[in-house]
Design a protein around this ligand. Structure first.
Ligand code: CLF
Ligand code: SF4
Length: 526
């Protein structure tokens, strides 16, 4: 298998994106799911708000961190690892470790019984009142261990009815479980769908366990595909919100992803989350051992952009562990091991949780309003200079939607695509912290540069001389003039200034290169 060849033709994909938008009879703006899509609404997809969807849908997604990009800054989720078995084999998974689809490989979970799981959820709910969602995402397939999965949901629903229930599955067993899913009011289901063509599926799935026997090859992929489509249609018919996760595998399903997006949209999927393949030899997966690489940052973005105008896209997924706890991008699972829970005084106080969440919601709405105001003010006079130029900027933030983190403390940059009209969140880039113990580790700098090498600028609260020079040398402008400002406003202001400097001849605009997606396990300390 190839390890370095570039399979994804970015120009072709952009052209395909137009074709996709045409097929859906939507405007092909190159930003179909952004400001220009969705009948002129400000946003849709995971960045959508109450104006973009019916009230009953908004009520389901507004505090779900995966289904709402805005919510993920404020609300937390947790997973309990009650489902160890799986009924299929994916070439990107080594089942000795966590599921590499919904969780990181290489980190062994503490497997829980349903009773232990519920105890853990109540402990987390009392410590982290903004934890609103319990997901079961493995470490195998949640529906390959249906008794444990549904028993956990049943008990939790009785004891903590305000917590939303969410599950993730490969879809093989899904059609048989839709009644159970509805019985326990599981409002959110993720199906991992990597193909709608069994010939492609045969390159991803060596076998499935079906009808009491192992089935291989194209026949296995055909059965899986039919079950996934049927399950999705059944959930849509019952009003369950579905998200589709797809693992982008260069040279295998990259060009095919537009077809997947079309097929799931046609069957009512609410969101499509296209994630990069995680593949390193040390993970021990078939792909990892055979040199199959994951996509670069620009390859992933090109496929996501090409799918805009189809099913709404999620771009803030952190590919979290099957026992993750906390906000997306952070992992507090080590605070809630079984022995620590035993020593905790667990007080599940519904009223306290609600009043805390009311405060979170007030803060979130204030931030949303300030963001819209900032956008309106900044974009008011800039339409005349809109010649279609778009650049990426990386942002150092520790929350609140503001530029408020030091360069050296960052473990994850947020990336925004900025034009004269808008600043759109398009993803995140994990990096190893430059200042882990108060001192800069200069050896880390090349890897940080590689992670944001497609960006024109990095907005930070503060940055030292050494990283500043390294970034400048790589052609990335370090910017520390927008401390504590809302990200969108800061990005648009920087862009206006950048344009002015180009116009005055002070600088010349140059295209950026590609960036690499950091592989390997996320560690809470990183
Ligand atoms: Fe968990 Fe998945 Fe529910 Fe979210 S995760 S079961 S929908 S509560 Fe979220 Fe994690 Fe990405 Fe999954 S960031 S891997 S999309
Ligand atoms: Fe692994 Fe998940 Fe695939 Fe099962 S469905 S083989 S647990 S990645």
């Amino acid at each position: 298998m190839q390890s370095t060849a570039s399979y994804i033709n970015i120009a072709d994909l952009k052209a395909s994106g137009k074709a996709l938008a045409d097929a859906h009879d939507l405007p092909a703006t190159g930003g179909g799911c952004g400001t220009h899509g969705g009948e002129g609404k400000a946003s849709c997809g995971s960045s959508g708000g109450p104006d973009d969807m019916p009230q009953e849908i908004w009520d389901k997604v507004k505090n779900h961190p995966c289904y709402s990009e805005e919510a993920h800054h404020h609300y937390a989720r947790m997973h309990v690892a009650v489902a160890p078995a799986c009924n299929i084999q994916c070439n990107y998974c080594n089942r000795k470790y966590d599921c590499s689809n919904e969780s990181r490989p290489g980190v062994v979970s503490q497997k829980l019984t349903p009773e232990q799981a519920v105890k853990k959820v109540l402990a987390v709910a009392s410590e982290i009142p903004q934890m609103t969602v319990l997901g079961i995402a493995g470490p195998g397939d949640s529906l390959a261990s249906p008794k444990k999965t549904f028993e956990t949901f049943r008990m939790l629903q009785e004891q903590a009815p305000d917590i939303k229930l969410c599950l993730s599955t490969n879809g093989l067993a899904l059609p048989d479980m839709v009644d159970e899913i509805c019985k326990y009011n599981i409002d959110h289901v993720t199906i991992t769908i990597n193909m709608v063509d069994p010939e492609i599926g045969a390159k991803i799935y060596p076998w499935i366990f079906w009808d009491h026997k192992r089935v291989t090859g194209v026949e296995a992929a055909r059965i899986l595909h039919e079950r996934q489509m049927l399950g999705l249609e059944m959930l849509t018919a019952r009003g369950v919100l579905t998200k589709i996760n797809s693992v982008l595998i260069p040279g295998v399903n990259d060009e095919h992803m537009i077809e997947v997006n079309k097929a799931v949209k046609a069957r009512g999927a609410f969101l499509h989350n296209i994630m990069p393949l995680i593949s390193e030899p040390e993970h021990g997966t078939y792909f990892g051992l055979n040199g199959q690489r994951g996509p670069t940052a620009q390859e992933l973005k090109a496929v996501q952009d090409a799918c805009m105008g189809g099913a709404n896209l999620m771009r803030h997924c952190r590919q979290c562990r099957a026992d993750a706890v906390g906000l997306l991008g952070e992992d507090r699972s080590s605070e809630f091991t079984l022995d620590k829970i035993e020593e905790m005084e667990v007080v599940y106080d519904f009223d306290r949780r609600r009043s805390y969440q009311d405060k979170v919601e007030t803060e979130r709405q204030a931030q949303h309003a300030a963001k819209l105001e900032a956008l309106a003010a900044t974009t008011g006079g800039s339409a005349e200079i809109d010649d279609g130029m778009k650049v990426l900027v990386a942002v150092a933030t520790k929350g609140g939607g503001r530029v408020n983190e030091h360069f050296g403390h960052v473990t994850e940059f947020q990336v925004f695509e900025v034009s004269a009209k808008e600043a759109l969140f398009v993803g995140h880039r994990r990096v190893d912290q430059y200042c882990p113990g108060g001192f800069g580790v200069d050896e880390q700098l090349p890897s940080v540069v590689r992670a944001i090498n497609d960006c024109h600028a990095v907005l930070v609260a503060k940055i030292g001389a050494c990283p500043r020079d390294e970034l400048k040398g790589a052609g990335i402008e370090p910017v520390d003039g927008y401390v504590d400002e809302f990200i969108e406003k800061a990005a648009l202001s920087w862009f206006a200034d950048y344009r002015a400097r180009i116009a005055s001849g002070e600088i010349a605009h140059r295209e950026r290169g590609d960036a690499s997606i950091r592989q390997g396990a996320y560690t809470a300390a990183a």
